[in-house]
Design a binder for this molecule. Structure first.
Ligand code: NAD
Length: 367
């Protein structure tokens, strides 16, 4: 029986072969090697095949230029209706890794709406050269403008800055934290959203890709959490951190094979729990937030979605059907669904919540 996902695999292989070599993209040599290894017998027609991973699905991370980077639009900011004051992050400083696009950018927007000054951190190429005032400047302006549009009477406009860092490199991480402290004076909150996923069956997963994945998803989270904690400890100040995990840290997604990603997110979940215990006595709270399937970069204005998730699903409606059929709420999440949960975990409202894994997955992990 032909796989329903064969087109996806073929498309992915084409993209893979054409991808430019670089940090996040496998080299054509690796791609060729992977495809040669890939000619094993089909393992699809066995009992329970609907809840199995499918080795035909290979999805490398898409090239940078195919990914969008705009904040979402939504009605109503913090001053529109009464709410608990304890939700406010007013005058606090938050740092968001992976803040150039996707979930990180939307989360940063939620923090700005809640009054926080925010440092966007990314390795996005434009963040490396801030003097060009390109993407990074665009993001910071966008966030401030959307805050002002939705809060015309606000007494204070949050400060938003952009910084380059490769989260997997300790030297780059420490330099970035020093730069953020220099520009903002302090850091109170951390959200680690830098991360990526790729799909290859475990027996054919290129080892250099696996190491890169863990270096970004696990080491990167660890390095930022510990570096911000050192700063908080020096200041003898309380702080709260949200490490972005994934429901894949608790369950095994089907049908796409992604064992190393699942392992990395299980690591992030337990990293949050372990650090929460280690730092509880110095009032640094650490929680994990695990999204389910989020439709990253839903159409903004009239732009067509082309983010990693949106792009993959636009090209593979069968995959979307399969995913949605497994979600009790019957739909994928909107990135803005994460704003409230993250603000809750960062704010004083969760001051006795420590080391949890908050799943925002439409009930996926319950069944
Ligand atoms: N989108 C989803 O459905 C979903 C679901 C569960 C978990 N997640 C997790 O949420 C996080 C964000 O996902 P997303 O969908 O927004 O992805 P995304 O690709 O849109 O954004 C990730 C950002 O991280 C940055 N980044 C990657 N490697 C980096 C590095 N070494 N140093 C600094 N920055 C780096 C990228 O440049 C990008 O801006 C990831 O950790 C992902 O695993 C996403």
């Amino acid at each position: 029986m032909a796989s329903r996902f064969t087109p996806l695999a073929r498309n992915a292989a084409r993209r893979f072969a054409g991808a430019r070599p670089g940090l996040l993209y496998p080299s054509p040599t690796v791609a060729a090697a992977t495809r040669t290894l890939h000619d094993g017998p089909s393992r699809r027609n066995k009992p329970g095949s609907h809840s199995q991973t499918d080795s035909d699905i290979e999805i490398p991370f898409p090239p940078e230029e195919e990914l969008p980077s705009d904040p979402v639009r939504r009605a109503g900011g913090q001053y529109v209706k009464p709410t608990l004051q304890t939700f406010s992050l007013d005058k606090n400083v938050g740092l968001v890794t992976g803040g150039a696009r996707g979930l990180g950018l939307v989360i940063a927007q939620g923090m700005v709406y809640s009054g926080a000054d925010v440092a966007l951190v990314d390795m996005n190429s434009s963040f490396a050269d801030l003097s060009t005032e390109e993407e990074a400047e665009k993001q910071t302006k966008c966030l401030v403008e959307s805050f002002m549009r939705e809060n015309p009477d606000a007494e204070r406009v949050p400060k938003v800055t952009a910084h380059f860092s490769d989260v997997s490199d300790p030297v780059s991480v420490d330099a970035c934290i020093a730069e953020v402290i220099e520009q903002h004076g302090k850091i109170d909150h951390l959200v680690t959203s830098a991360g990526f996923t790729e799909n290859y069956e475990a027996v054919n997963y290129p080892i250099d890709r696996l190491r890169k994945l863990w270096a970004v998803n696990v080491d990167g989270t660890y390095l930022f959490a510990t570096s911000v904690a050192r700063h908080l400890m020096e200041r003898k100040a309380p702080g709260s951190m949200v490490l972005i995990g994934s429901m894949s840290g608790s369950i095994v997604n089907v049908p796409q094979p992604q064992t190393p990603y699942n392992v990395s997110k299980a690591g992030v979940r337990h990293l949050a729990a372990s650090l929460a215990v280690e730092w509880a006595d110095v009032s640094i709270r650490v929680n994990c937030l695990s999204p389910g399937y989020m439709m990253t970069a839903l159409p903004i204005s009239n732009k067509v979605s082309n983010a990693s998730t949106g792009k993959i699903l636009n090209e593979n409606p069968e995959l979307k059907k399969k995913w949605v059929s497994l979600i009790p709420m019957g739909k994928m999440g909107d990135p803005s669904d994460l704003m409230g949960p993250v603000i809750f975990l960062l704010s004083e409202n969760s001051k006795y919540v420590n080391g949890i894994d908050l799943k925002v997955d439409g009930g996926y992990t319950l069944t």
